[in-house]
Ligand binder design. Structure first.
Ligand SMILES: O=P(O)(O)OC[C@H]1O[C@H](O[C@H]2O[C@H](CO)[C@@H](O)[C@H](O)[C@H]2O)[C@H](O)[C@@H](O)[C@@H]1O
Length: 363
């Protein structure tokens, strides 16, 4: 196969973010210009919005003005803006009873993102662990409801981090789903193969991007090579997508890393770029995302009739918006956005951080 050839699709990048949110919170979204970088050199990534998206890709740390008797005192303006944002995205904790009322006579199915939802965002992706409390809360929720983790990481990696056999796992942003062989799934889906899990049990694998495997491996190797001298850069192979982390790269080098990725993608029109939290993600141009993975899992669990089920999806990232959108459409279920700062979302409810997620799923 010619890994670089394409029949149709141009590279699709995420649209550039708006300069200013409706609430006027993100002043950092104003067009990027760095005094030390000559105009012209990074024009590609400047004009296509990548740099703006990179800067706005992870919420700023909470602006703590001072610590008073061990308690953080946050700027009043920040808190007021958050509280008014919560009028549109009410706390899932305060709305628990309302959600449970809606769940009457329905089966709740829980969908959980991993990074930023079950584990706090940390500088080293290899050290993003769940707390013991979170681990037991996830185990408990899975006793009551079918529960799936849908992550941008590879399925193996997220399984290694969560380590609970009783869950369903979807890795690579939903492009790699493992589900039990006994579960039903429409025969319309190609790309389902039989496999065995780590214990040798027969399972089904749904991998809609399997043909991209050699291409992803090739791009991964190229990205590792090209970024090897950029201090702090880290490239992860997530089987059907590749992550290029710049969280630990000096900000004045972000345009360099963006331009490298941009230049490489020019040779791979069947791959595209999406933005995560201080991470550039390279993935196949296929019509598949976390929202489709939710629909697929619901179907494979036997919930074709929307009236029987109340899906709840908790996530913090742009990639989770696809799942929120699917649930919002047709009023199917509830998306819950985890965020310490106000942001536009397709979710219905909000939780502030991973500790609120833990309380919510433990309720
Ligand atoms: O879909 P998710 O489970 O949320 O995975 C999205 C990405 O998560 C990881 O990166 C993020 O978390 C890291 C650890 O806290 C952090 O260092 C990084 O800046 C974040 O972007 C993971 O490493 C990525 O590959 C996933 O795509």
């Amino acid at each position: 196969m010619d890994l670089k050839s394409t029949k149709t699709s141009p590279i699709l990048a995420d649209p550039a973010p708006m300069n200013k949110s409706r609430l006027g919170i993100y002043s950092s979204l104003f067009p990027y210009s760095h005094p030390r970088i000559k105009t012209g050199k990074f024009d590609d990534v400047r004009s296509n919005g990548w740099l703006d998206a990179m800067i706005s890709s992870s919420p700023p740390r909470r602006k703590v003005l001072k610590e008073f008797n061990g308690v953080d005192v946050v700027s009043d303006d920040t808190e007021i803006a958050y509280q008014s944002w919560m009028i549109r995205y009410p706390s899932a904790l305060n709305s628990f009873q309302m959600i449970m009322d809606r769940a009457r006579n329905r089966k709740v199915v829980m969908f959980l993102d991993y990074d930023g939802t079950l584990s706090p965002i940390v500088d080293d992706p290899d050290r993003a662990f769940m707390s013991t409390d979170m681990h037991s809360a996830v185990r408990t929720v899975a006793k009551h409801f079918p529960t799936a983790i849908i992550s941008g990481r590879s399925r193996d990696k997220v399984y290694e981090l969560v380590g609970l056999k009783e869950l369903y796992y979807a890795g690579s942003h939903g492009m790699d789903i493992m589900f039990p062989a006994k579960d039903m799934v429409s025969r319309n889906h190609l790309n389902i193969v039989k496999s065995t899990d780590l214990e040798g049990k027969e399972v089904n694998l749904f991998q809609p991007a399997s043909e991209f495997l050699p291409m992803i491996n090739e791009v991964f190797r190229t990205l590792v090579e090209i970024t090897k001298d950029i201090k702090g850069a880290k490239v992860e192979n997530h089987k059907f997508c590749v992550s290029v982390h710049y969280r630990n790269v000096a900000e004045n080098t972000w345009p360099v890393i963006a331009q490298h990725v941009h230049d490489i993608l020019k040779d791979y029109p069947r791959l595209r770029l999406t933005h995560g939290r201080k991470v550039l993600e390279v993935r196949p141009v296929i019509d598949w995302h976390k929202g489709k993975a939710v629909e697929f899992l619901l179907e494979s669990l036997g919930f074709r009739n929307h009236q029987d089920v109340l899906p709840i999806y908790i996530g913090d990232d742009r990639t989770d918006e696809d799942a929120f959108k699917v649930l919002r459409k047709g009023n199917q279920g509830y998306g819950i956005l985890v965020s310490t700062v106000p942001k536009e979302s397709n979710a219905f409810f909000s939780l502030r951080d991973t500790s609120e997620v833990r309380i919510y799923i433990d309720m």
